[in-house]
Design a protein around this ligand. Structure first.
Ligand code: KQY
Length: 378
């Protein structure tokens, strides 16, 4: 059974662990809408299947799929992957799914945020989003964990935690008029503290150039260890990304995390600009209310959009000379994990990448704080 709780995770001793902590599994949603994914979503489905297969090397994967796509997905996905029938509007479970929390006693709970498709009626990316808004609650119920459901619009890709009290966010996203226009910066910070169990909110100004989420941190700057972050980077001063990343680097240099550490910043050089081709644009069915895909539009390609799974890091590749450098950097940062590069262009064409289509479920019983109890046999 899953109860709706009216207290807060912070008051109850729960917090969001870092992504590199152990997982019991990973959740995904199956893409199908032809107004966002080209060619009836077939190329994207192959890309999602490759991501799911890579993650299964270290943890079980559950893919939620609409009734009409069940047999298609079953045939395309590795047999080890669990399929769960679930109505949806699109496939970005990082953003519409739950955020799982843990406590020191080996318990897990979920936060079921409100979701408005990255901007609601004002400038959301599609309409409607009502089924996506139910995904968090449904996943939490399937896992039979208790649920917090704050009156707060938040996408999982707009926050990144170190599991030790710090959360990274951007002003471009969290303070955007299209998310929680009635809340002040202070009230938004209070919600992050209360529902992620964090102490320190670290604000960057903006995210990746032309990111349609309007500033998601998970495409721009992420924790890779306590006190260490990766930042998307370019040396090309004529690229609009340069000023954004340089400004972030300066801010990061002034910050201290919740434990008082200065941050070490690792640069991940972006690939050459990825532009939508004529063939790609022609493959998307334009629908009123869905963000159109126009020839020549630049996509927010970034290597920062990787998933940290048990034993693996799954990163997007763009068929670019920088792919190998990014893979080597991530290998240095995660020396105990296999770095698996999966083609990311088809996912990027839909507006995000590997991190955006995945949602980890942490394992409280293997959490470091619980290790003593475990070895004592309880
Ligand atoms: O987290 C993301 N990057 C999701 C982007 C949504 C795109 C919808 N077209």
């Amino acid at each position: 059974m899953s109860r709706r709780l009216t207290s807060t995770p912070r008051a109850d001793g729960f917090h969001m662990p870092a992504e590199w902590e152990p997982h019991v599994g990973c959740w995904m949603l199956w893409p199908e809408r032809s107004d966002n994914w080209r060619d009836g979503a077939k190329p994207a489905q192959h890309a999602f299947a490759a991501v799911a297969k890579a993650i299964t090397q270290g943890e079980p994967v559950s893919v939620c799929v609409s009734p009409g796509q069940y047999l298609v997905a079953r045939q395309m996905l590795d047999p080890a992957i669990r399929l769960v029938e679930m109505t949806n509007n699109d496939s970005w479970i990082r953003d519409c799914g739950p955020t799982f929390l843990i406590n020191e006693k080996g318990q897990v709970r979920g936060v079921d945020w409100k979701f408005n498709a990255w901007g609601g009626l004002d400038d959301g990316l599609y309409f409607p989003w009502d089924q996506d808004d139910l995904v968090g609650e449904k996943v939490i119920e399937l896992e039979r964990v208790d649920r917090y459901a704050p009156d707060f619009i938040l996408e999982g890709g707009s926050v990144d935690v170190d599991g030790e009290g710090a959360v990274l966010v951007t002003e471009e996203c969290l303070l955007n008029h299209d998310r929680n226009p009635d809340l002040t910066r202070g009230q938004i910070e209070a919600n992050l503290r209360d529902y992620l169990g964090c102490d320190t909110v670290l604000w960057l100004k903006a995210g990746v150039y032309r990111d349609e989420t309007k500033g998601h941190i998970d495409n721009f700057c992420r924790f890779v260890a306590p006190g260490e972050v990766v930042l998307t980077w370019t040396e090309d001063r004529n690229d609009p990304q340069y000023a954004i990343s340089a400004e972030a680097l300066a801010r990061l240099g002034q910050m201290r995390d919740a434990r008082g550490r200065k941050l070490v910043v690792h640069k991940l050089h972006q690939p050459a600009p990825v532009l939508i081709s004529a063939e790609e644009a022609a493959g998307v069915a334009p629908v009123e209310g869905t963000l159109p895909r126009m020839v020549g539009d630049r996509l927010a390609a970034s290597y920062v959009n990787f998933y940290i799974g048990n034993g693996v890091v799954v990163m997007p590749a763009f068929d670019d000379p920088m792919d190998a450098e990014a893979q080597a950097t991530l290998g240095d940062l995660f020396p105990t994990r296999q770095i698996i590069a999966v083609p990311g262009r088809e996912i990027l064409l839909g507006g995000g990448n590997i991190h955006c289509i995945t949602q980890q479920q942490p394992s409280a019983f293997t959490h470091k704080s619980h290790a003593g109890l475990q070895s004592a046999g309880s």
